[in-house]
Design a protein around this ligand. Structure first.
Ligand SMILES: *[C@@H]1O[C@H](CO)[C@@H](O)[C@H](O)[C@H]1NC(C)=O
Ligand SMILES: *[C@@H]1O[C@H](CO)[C@@H](O)[C@H](O)[C@H]1NC(C)=O
Ligand SMILES: *[C@@H]1O[C@H](CO)[C@@H](O)[C@H](O)[C@H]1NC(C)=O
Length: 340
């Protein structure tokens, strides 16, 4: 294997090692966690303190220390999957776990654009839910200034959505330190960072004035994040602009040189992946498009079937008795397009 790798097609070899590594289940925590979170779409709970995933010893310790974390992770998983399915509803890849409905073609077998995206998405979602949980007081490990837990006036002390804690906890929980010292680990770490930072970009400062009739003699300010969906636009942009890498310098251990690592640090802006996505056109038959324009890409030129669909909506709303809105229910026939 080794001599084959070194003297033949380096990239393919590296990728096949990566794939077999995943199949054997020996991949580092970072990969395992993201895969487990994204793949398990049930609400099954495990006995450990992390509840949601078969967590590592280290992760269970983290969950034990902060009892709110298990719930926060559940929220993170659910909001990530829901946002993904909604955002990619009309795309060739619709956030499914496998390509072309083939159970064996998991998006986690290799490092596809989609794999990179899912790593960023999950990391973004964990960061976001942790930050939000800090503001709502659901996590005890937050770094909010003020005397959290003793006095409910912490919000006035300037504690908002704690992005910094979200970032720190996400990296810690995904175990960056033990994610490996090779080029694939380095790529996945970058994908995670891109996800985390896309939450950081949503951070806004909001202030509240105090003083006589809004004179604003003093004001308190805190940081605020929008809903998770407001980061999806940016994350999807990253998905489209992801950069395909070749394994940069292949050695038996895929070790990363300090030089390569530094170069990657400088360009930590894009999602990175290694493997081209298979052609997904064979599986879009029967998919519903958003409109004719969307059908053109989604149906890969095979054409569409147009059906009439009835939609009901509230209409002819009016105010009655001063304060109540009363509406009729309207039934409308609209065209629905499905890929041939
Ligand atoms: C909470 O903080 C407020 C104002 O900072 C203070 O007046 C109050 O006594 C504090 N309460 C407790 C229980 O520490
Ligand atoms: C790849 O690694 C070899 C041996 O470690 C080294 O001699 C070579 O300069 C490296 N190439 C690049 C492009 O970094
Ligand atoms: C995605 O599309 C496939 C068909 O290609 C379909 O079987 C699957 O249910 C879809 N998944 C979602 C989440 O919409």
């Amino acid at each position: 294997m080794f001599s084959y790798c070194v003297f033949n097609v380096l990239l393919l070899c590296a990728v096949s090692i990566f794939a077999s590594k995943i199949v054997e289940g020996s991949q580092p925590i970072l990969q395992k966690t993201i895969e487990a979170l994204f793949t398990d779409r049930t609400n099954e709970m495990y006995p450990g303190p992390c509840k949601l995933i078969r967590a590592s010893k280290r992760q269970n310790k983290i969950c034990e220390r902060d009892t709110g974390l298990a719930n926060v992770l559940t929220i993170a998983k659910e909001q990530a999957i829901a946002a993904c399915e909604e955002t990619f509803q009309y795309d060739r890849w619709n956030c499914s776990l496998v390509f072309n409905r083939k159970a064996k073609r998991s998006i986690f077998n290799k490092l596809f654009r989609e794999t990179a995206f899912v790593h960023a998405l999950m990391a973004a979602s964990i960061t976001h839910s942790v930050a939000k949980a800090c503001a709502s007081g659901d996590l005890s490990s937050c770094s909010c200034p003020g005397n959290f837990g003793k006095n409910n006036t912490w919000k006035m002390a300037g504690c908002g959505d704690d992005f910094r804690h979200g970032k720190r906890l996400t990296k810690n929980f995904l175990d960056f330190k033990h994610a490996g010292n090779d080029q694939i680990a380095e790529i996945l770490k970058q994908d995670v960072i891109v996800g985390v930072d896309s939450i950081g970009e949503q951070l806004k400062e909001v202030c509240k004035c105090h003083g006589f009739s809004g004179s604003c003699t003093t004001k308190t300010c805190w940081k605020r994040l929008g809903p998770f969906n407001s980061a999806m636009g940016l994350l999807k942009k990253h998905y489209h602009h992801a950069v395909k890498k070749k394994i940069m310098n292949y050695t038996t251990k895929r070790a990363i040189t300090p030089k390569v690592r530094n170069r990657m640090k400088v360009e930590r802006k894009n999602l990175l992946y290694l493997q081209k996505t298979p052609n997904l056109c064979v599986s879009t038959k029967g998919r519903v498009c958003k409109d004719r324009h969307n059908c053109a890409t989604l149906c890969c030129g095979r054409g569409i079937i147009t059906n009439k669909k009835t939609v009901t909506s509230r209409c002819r709303c009016k105010m009655v008795n001063c304060c109540f809105v009363q509406c009729d229910t309207c039934v409308e026939e609209v065209d629905q397009y499905t890929c041939k």
